[in-house]
Design a protein around this ligand. Sequence first.
Ligand code: F6P
Length: 319
Amino acid sequence: MKRIGVLTSGGDAPGMNAAIRAVVRKAIYHDMEVFGIYNGYQGLMEGKIEQLDVGSVGDIIQRGGTMLYSARSEEFKTDEGQNKGIEQLKKFGIEGLIVIGGDGSFQGAAKLTAKGFPCIGIPGTIDNDIAGTDYTIGFDTALNTIIEAVDKIRDTATSHERTYVIEVMGRDAGDLALWAGLANGAESVLIPEKDEPFENVVDRLKRGSERGKKHSIIILAEGVGSGFDYGKKIEAATSFETRVTVLGHIQRGGRPTGADRVLASRLAGKAVDLLLEGQGGRMVGIQNNQLVHHDIIEALKQTHNLDMSLYQLMSEISI
Ligand code: F6P
């Protein structure tokens, strides 16, 4: 394979730039040409494609976002859209494609693969919700953003003796909420994977207050429902003054952590190796700190499993 393409798609994630950089540099090191495809699959269909050289990916390793921009494309979900994409790839003489993104992006890569175009998926999403990998690019940075924000909220929560409901991202996956709950010493964590009876949450708040606790933190994943509604429910059921903070898209930006930069570089290196071997239809991942790869279509059929032992530990600690 002599000429490959790279694109980022779906919600951006800190560390995507480090992945693009590693794809471009490693491919060039191995005498391949690399073309950047801008604005995800939308840009692919529109032919927003440009050759990248070593210098094009300079000074991006430390930046959040993605220098290739991103998009969520409805049109690419159609047969027609995918054919348009393949036409563009052929027009530029691109023989293999690396897609950095979440499961929506992997669906696109699987569709292209099924049409005979070799694609490799690199998991990049703050949600950490991709099967076949223990971690996705951006999860660690987003987690650390939440930790910093909750530490700050805790200061004011203590000063005013308030209860806080903090809504974090995670449409279908509770990883960010759960990990942040553990790292921030929250009283309760509400995640889509586990139903937590409201009475348990209230009981924990009351027990804490009776012990003389000055503040309480509840972390809720957006997939569970509105943080504002939950805050109102708490205030109605207790005498505790409650405030709600929705962290929102702040979680998607910022300088990637060291862990994300290294993960992104390793996964990208592996993706290039697979294309060099002539493989397609794979996703790369990290499991037990080993780089792995799986059939992308099979991986999409699996669901990501949250580590429930962390939830159990959380319940044992936040008594
Ligand atoms: O998939 C990543 C994610 O940040 C989710 O956690 C969140 O629900 C969603 O993207 C938000 O998407 P958008 O930026 O399109 O509103």
